[in-house]
Design a protein around this ligand. Structure first.
Ligand code: DQA
Length: 148
Protein backbone atom coordinates (compact mmCIF):
# COMPACT_ATOMS: atom_id res chain seq x y z
CA UNK A 1 0.00 0.00 0.00
CA UNK A 2 1.06 3.52 -0.84
CA UNK A 3 -0.21 6.47 1.20
CA UNK A 4 0.51 10.11 0.40
CA UNK A 5 0.31 12.73 3.16
CA UNK A 6 -0.12 16.27 1.83
CA UNK A 7 0.37 19.42 3.88
CA UNK A 8 -0.72 22.85 2.63
CA UNK A 9 0.63 26.36 3.19
CA UNK A 10 2.31 27.50 6.40
CA UNK A 11 2.41 24.01 7.84
CA UNK A 12 6.20 24.05 7.38
CA UNK A 13 6.12 26.47 10.35
CA UNK A 14 4.51 23.98 12.76
CA UNK A 15 6.13 23.98 16.18
CA UNK A 16 6.45 27.76 16.28
CA UNK A 17 3.27 28.83 14.46
CA UNK A 18 0.37 29.80 16.77
CA UNK A 19 0.99 26.86 19.14
CA UNK A 20 -2.33 27.43 20.90
CA UNK A 21 -4.06 26.38 17.68
CA UNK A 22 -1.52 24.03 16.16
CA UNK A 23 0.54 22.54 19.02
CA UNK A 24 4.28 22.20 19.49
CA UNK A 25 5.06 19.27 17.20
CA UNK A 26 7.06 20.21 14.11
CA UNK A 27 6.11 19.00 10.65
CA UNK A 28 9.21 16.78 10.76
CA UNK A 29 8.02 15.19 14.01
CA UNK A 30 4.63 14.49 12.47
CA UNK A 31 6.03 13.15 9.20
CA UNK A 32 8.61 10.93 10.90
CA UNK A 33 5.94 9.31 13.08
CA UNK A 34 3.73 8.64 10.03
CA UNK A 35 6.54 7.14 7.97
CA UNK A 36 7.58 4.93 10.91
CA UNK A 37 4.00 3.75 11.44
CA UNK A 38 3.77 2.93 7.74
CA UNK A 39 6.96 0.88 7.93
CA UNK A 40 5.61 -1.28 10.77
CA UNK A 41 2.51 -1.95 8.65
CA UNK A 42 4.44 -2.67 5.44
CA UNK A 43 3.05 0.46 3.80
CA UNK A 44 4.91 3.17 1.95
CA UNK A 45 4.05 6.56 3.46
CA UNK A 46 5.23 9.58 1.52
CA UNK A 47 4.90 13.13 2.80
CA UNK A 48 4.86 16.42 0.90
CA UNK A 49 4.39 20.02 2.03
CA UNK A 50 4.14 23.04 -0.23
CA UNK A 51 3.05 26.64 0.17
CA UNK A 52 1.87 26.96 -3.45
CA UNK A 53 -1.51 25.78 -4.66
CA UNK A 54 -0.22 24.68 -8.07
CA UNK A 55 2.56 22.55 -6.58
CA UNK A 56 0.01 20.69 -4.46
CA UNK A 57 -2.20 20.17 -7.51
CA UNK A 58 0.75 18.83 -9.51
CA UNK A 59 1.59 16.45 -6.66
CA UNK A 60 -1.99 15.12 -6.67
CA UNK A 61 -1.81 14.50 -10.43
CA UNK A 62 1.50 12.69 -9.90
CA UNK A 63 -0.13 10.55 -7.20
CA UNK A 64 -2.42 9.02 -9.82
CA UNK A 65 0.59 8.13 -11.99
CA UNK A 66 2.37 6.69 -8.93
CA UNK A 67 -0.67 4.51 -8.11
CA UNK A 68 -1.11 6.07 -4.67
CA UNK A 69 -3.88 4.18 -2.87
CA UNK A 70 -4.91 6.75 -0.28
CA UNK A 71 -4.31 10.43 0.47
CA UNK A 72 -4.29 12.18 3.85
CA UNK A 73 -4.49 15.93 3.29
CA UNK A 74 -4.42 19.02 5.46
CA UNK A 75 -5.14 21.69 2.84
CA UNK A 76 -4.55 24.39 5.52
CA UNK A 77 -5.92 27.76 4.35
CA UNK A 78 -6.71 26.29 0.92
CA UNK A 79 -9.42 24.31 2.73
CA UNK A 80 -11.53 27.44 2.65
CA UNK A 81 -10.57 28.82 -0.75
CA UNK A 82 -9.43 26.27 -3.30
CA UNK A 83 -11.85 24.90 -5.87
CA UNK A 84 -8.76 23.97 -7.92
CA UNK A 85 -7.32 21.69 -5.25
CA UNK A 86 -10.74 20.13 -4.70
CA UNK A 87 -11.06 19.50 -8.43
CA UNK A 88 -7.63 17.83 -8.51
CA UNK A 89 -8.71 15.35 -5.84
CA UNK A 90 -11.98 14.71 -7.66
CA UNK A 91 -10.07 14.19 -10.93
CA UNK A 92 -7.71 11.52 -9.61
CA UNK A 93 -10.50 9.88 -7.57
CA UNK A 94 -8.07 8.65 -4.89
CA UNK A 95 -9.90 8.26 -1.56
CA UNK A 96 -8.77 10.78 1.02
CA UNK A 97 -9.21 11.87 4.62
CA UNK A 98 -9.14 15.59 5.44
CA UNK A 99 -7.18 16.50 8.58
CA UNK A 100 -7.02 19.73 10.57
CA UNK A 101 -4.94 20.17 13.68
CA UNK A 102 -7.37 22.70 15.12
CA UNK A 103 -11.15 22.38 15.38
CA UNK A 104 -12.10 24.58 12.45
CA UNK A 105 -15.70 24.78 13.71
CA UNK A 106 -14.59 26.37 16.97
CA UNK A 107 -12.78 29.19 15.17
CA UNK A 108 -13.62 32.10 12.86
CA UNK A 109 -16.71 31.71 10.64
CA UNK A 110 -14.57 31.78 7.47
CA UNK A 111 -12.97 28.50 8.60
CA UNK A 112 -16.30 26.69 8.97
CA UNK A 113 -16.65 25.90 5.28
CA UNK A 114 -14.41 23.36 3.57
CA UNK A 115 -14.25 22.74 -0.18
CA UNK A 116 -13.08 19.18 0.61
CA UNK A 117 -15.31 17.64 3.26
CA UNK A 118 -18.13 16.42 1.01
CA UNK A 119 -15.62 14.55 -1.19
CA UNK A 120 -13.60 13.16 1.73
CA UNK A 121 -14.07 9.68 3.16
CA UNK A 122 -13.99 11.48 6.50
CA UNK A 123 -12.69 14.51 8.36
CA UNK A 124 -10.58 14.76 11.53
CA UNK A 125 -10.50 18.24 13.05
CA UNK A 126 -9.30 19.43 16.44
CA UNK A 127 -7.24 16.45 17.61
CA UNK A 128 -3.87 18.04 16.90
CA UNK A 129 -1.04 15.98 15.42
CA UNK A 130 -2.81 12.85 16.66
CA UNK A 131 -5.40 13.45 13.94
CA UNK A 132 -2.88 12.48 11.26
CA UNK A 133 -2.10 9.23 13.08
CA UNK A 134 -5.79 8.36 13.34
CA UNK A 135 -6.25 9.09 9.65
CA UNK A 136 -3.31 6.81 8.84
CA UNK A 137 -4.70 4.01 11.02
CA UNK A 138 -7.94 4.31 9.07
CA UNK A 139 -6.11 4.23 5.74
CA UNK A 140 -4.04 1.17 6.70
CA UNK A 141 -7.10 -0.73 7.85
CA UNK A 142 -9.09 0.32 4.80
CA UNK A 143 -6.30 -0.85 2.47
CA UNK A 144 -5.86 -4.12 4.34
CA UNK A 145 -9.52 -5.01 3.97
CA UNK A 146 -9.48 -4.30 0.25
CA UNK A 147 -9.85 -7.32 -1.98
CA UNK A 148 -6.85 -7.47 -4.32
C1 DQA B 1 -5.73 24.18 9.53
C2 DQA B 1 -6.94 25.11 9.75
C3 DQA B 1 -7.02 26.17 8.66
O1 DQA B 1 -8.14 27.00 8.89
C4 DQA B 1 -5.78 27.03 8.68
O2 DQA B 1 -5.79 27.97 7.61
C5 DQA B 1 -4.52 26.24 8.65
C6 DQA B 1 -4.44 24.97 9.39
C7 DQA B 1 -5.53 23.20 10.71
O3 DQA B 1 -4.76 22.27 10.54
O4 DQA B 1 -6.11 23.39 11.78
O5 DQA B 1 -3.51 26.67 8.08
O6 DQA B 1 -5.95 23.41 8.35
Amino acid sequence: PHVLVLHGPNLNLLGSREPKHYGLATLDDINRALVARGETAGAQVETYQHNHEGALIDRIHQAALDAVDFIIINPAAYTHTSVALRDALAAVAIPFVEVHLSNIYAREAFRHHSYFSDLAVGVVSGLGAHGYELALEYALRHLQNRTP
